[in-house]
Ligand binder design. Structure first.
Ligand SMILES: [Zn+2]
Length: 290
């Protein structure tokens, strides 16, 4: 890849071996509904809001190493990643103050849409064992409910090593009575439509937001950064089914590359949206200006 092609991505791939990622959520108003798209990592575990990965316990570090072993990486590579992990910090726990800043009480939220059920997307579902959005329907695709909440739920200990957060099951247990599953593409509010895009997880979805002739699409983890939209060979090693994830992403691309649809993800650095421009055989990325 040419350095000039990377320039627009330097905000989050600064070139020092680091990749900067956000764990966010989006609030969308539609009629008398207030819809939250994804729910981040949740309340911070530490008083200063910073999780230092060096404090992770041995069992979760081992689970983190196993993750790369499952992707066929060498022990040397894995040891390098574990060394890197020890230098990382994660700052989180800001959703409560962000909602307050826009005058929204968590009890005002009518719907929370989980793009999928990885622990970094359901964190605020509960806090201290109680429902955080106590009046909301909590939406997820049926296939993810089965995968993450069923008897054979995956071991998610590596999330403890990376972010200091509990597995999905623990976080959702107090709110199971609010969970609403869907198995066919559907709306949750006028102009807020869910589409099943499997691969990252069995029930991964995107959310299409339509308003006044414009469209935005919240990609969930179909991609984690815009580079995955401009270069097919890039992906994050977190897909349950990498081949299906690639196929699903490619099927979506034709409707994304018209230069008009605003594309975002809870992981895009700074939660910025942008657009995809197609030219000849290549695609380029441009950030939206606000
Ligand atoms: Zn994620």
């Amino acid at each position: 890849m040419l350095e000039s092609d990377l320039a627009v991505h330097r905000d989050y791939i600064p070139g020092n071996g680091r990749y900067i990622v956000t764990f966010g959520a989006f609030l969308v108003a539609s009629g008398d509904q207030l819809v939250l798209l994804d729910a981040g990592l949740g309340p911070a575990a530490a008083a200063d809001g910073v999780f230092r990965c060096s404090s992770a316990d041995d069992a979760s570090r081992e689970a983190y190493g196993q993750l790369f072993r499952n992707f066929g990486r060498s022990e040397e590579y894995i040891n390098g990643r574990l060394d890197d992990l020890s230098t990382q910090t994660v700052e989180y726990g800001m959703l409560a103050s962000s909602l307050k800043a826009v005058g929204v009480d968590p009890r005002d939220i009518t719907d929370v849409v989980f793009s999928h059920l990885h622990p970094d997307h359901v964190g605020w579902a509960s806090a201290d064992g109680s429902s955080y959005f106590s009046n909301a329907n909590l939406w997820c695709h049926e296939a993810d409910a089965e995968h993450f909440l069923g008897e054979r739920a995956p071991d998610e200990a590596h999330y403890m090593a990376m972010y200091g957060v509990a597995p999905t099951k623990d976080r959702l247990l107090p709110v199971m009575n609010q969970l609403k599953t869907w198995d066919r593409d559907r709306s949750v509010a006028p102009g807020i439509d869910l589409r099943h895009v499997p691969g990252h997880t069995p029930g991964s979805s995107v959310c299409v937001i339509s308003s006044n002739g414009e469209r935005a699409i919240m990609m969930g983890d179909v991609v984690h950064c815009p580079l995955e939209l401009t270069a097919d060979e890039w992906s994050v090693m977190a897909d349950v089914d990498p081949l299906l994830a690639l196929k699903s992403k490619q099927a979506l691309l034709p409707e994304l590359e018209d230069g008009k649809v605003h594309i975002g993800s809870p992981h895009f650095a700074g939660l910025r949206y942008g657009r995809l421009l197609a030219q000849d055989d290549s695609r380029s990325w441009v950030w939206d200006e606000y």
